[in-house]
Design a protein around this ligand. Structure first.
Ligand code: MLT
Length: 394
């Protein structure tokens, strides 16, 4: 028996596990220190009450023989698919059919599992620094992706050029980890490029709810021609506090077709065989997110995190540290002071302030000399973190 040798090409630990391990070791060695986590993008606001009510109601239904449900449709209940399609129409002016929305347990799994529907020889390109899941799931399959670099010179918003040769192109907008956001014209360039080269864009829109400027596109399907070259993955994690509840969706347009094969059919086929669907209870909770009360609560939570982000950005300005993002994204991408490496800066911040950040190099070589902060902690903790940061000025 042989194990998958491709795993030997992975870093020893998943980035956020490595950060958690280092944090635990520091806390063990310094039990008196108070630690503030501004690292993994995990939400701190509780679920909206309208969601909790829906979850409770669904639980009660499951406990009564008349309303009990067993297996649901692997690709999601029609009422949730319809609610998400309507949300896209109302909020983004993107017309979708419910059949184009396929429910899942989150963006991370979908972005990995989507690789199943492509040729094992398909070539892949992604930006660097990048969400490690895109890279590592390809490495696991023995693929060596091509990188295009997000740098300070291109404002961390790389655009397509003819050196990119790939069947599958990953984009995340607003970007993880850099927190920056493409405008319409820039996304149009990617769509035009993908169509010209018969490539498919895997578009991660998990942070779209953070986009404040109404001129910025919140979905790739706002861009002309995207229905012919893109798959969009969305998540309720950051939007509605579902990191621990688990629900997301993938939009595969009906007209998305390569070599006469519809990708929507392939994806549904894949899910039917390998996935038994998200629980009825969770899907009822997810449905409540898209109600008017749910969307209002979402807005309030996003505004809460944005207040944290404004405070972080103001603090960085006061320190004179260069940063990107933080405006249309929960992430702030900070240039390490005094030319520290990412891990040096991680250790420095932990030791001097008790703040846990994410070292930029963990997202790829292009992330060296940067760290990432999030606005997802409580306001009280964020304020404390910023007060501690300001002490560094003295
Ligand atoms: C992050 O911190 O980059 C995200 O929380 C990771 C994720 O959503 O899986």
């Amino acid at each position: 028996m042989k194990t998958n040798q491709n795993y030997a090409t992975l870093p020893k630990n998943y980035l956020f596990s490595a950060v958690a391990e280092k944090t635990r070791a520091f806390q063990k060695a310094n039990p008196e220190r108070s630690i503030i986590k501004l690292s993994i993008g995990d939400v701190s606001r509780p679920l909206p009450s309208v969601v909790v009510t829906a979850l409770r109601k669904a639980c009660t239904e499951m406990g009564k023989s008349k309303t009990f449900r067993g297996y649901g449709p692997e690709i999601g209940y029609p009422w949730l698919r319809k609610a998400i399609a309507e949300f896209y129409t109302q909020q983004y002016q993107v017309k979708l059919a419910p059949e184009e929305v396929i429910i899942s347990d989150g963006a991370k799994s979908d972005l990995s599992n989507l690789l199943d529907i492509f040729d094992p020889q398909a070539t892949v390109a992604m930006y660097d620094p990048v969400y490690p899941v895109y890279l590592e799931t390809n490495l696991m399959l023995g693929r060596q992706p091509q990188f295009f670099y997000a740098t300070a010179e291109n404002d961390f918003l790389p655009l397509p050029d003819e050196s990119i040769k790939a069947d599958i192109i990953y984009l995340c907008n607003p970007a993880n980890p850099t927190g920056v956001c493409y405008n319409r014209a820039q996304l149009q360039q990617w769509v035009d490029f993908a169509r010209k080269h018969q490539a498919v864009i895997l578009y991660d829109g998990a942070y779209a709810c953070f986009i404040q400027d109404s001129h910025l596109p919140k979905s790739i399907f706002e861009i002309d021609g995207a229905c012919e070259c893109a798959i969009e993955v969305g998540s309720l994690s950051k939007m509605a506090g579902f990191t621990g509840v688990r629900c997301g969706y993938t939009i595969v347009p009906k007209q998305l077709c390569y070599q006469g094969v519809k990708l929507n059919q392939l994806w549904c086929r894949r899910q039917a065989t390998k996935f038994n669907g998200v629980s009825y209870i969770v899907q009822r909770g997810a449905e409540a997110v898209f109600s008017s009360a749910g969307l209002l609560a979402v807005q309030k939570n996003i505004a809460y995190y944005q207040r944290n982000l404004r405070l972080i950005c103001r603090t960085l300005q006061a320190l004179g540290w260069q940063y990107y993002g933080g405006e249309h994204s929960p992430y702030v991408w900070v240039r390490c002071p005094q030319q520290m490496t990412s891990w040096q800066c991680f250790d420095f911040l932990l030791k001097t302030t008790g703040i846990v950040c994410t070292p930029g190099v963990g997202f790829g070589v292009g992330g060296e000399n940067y760290v990432r902060l999030t606005g997802f902690n409580s306001y009280a903790n964020t304020r404390l973190a910023c007060q501690r940061l300001l002490q560094l000025k003295k």
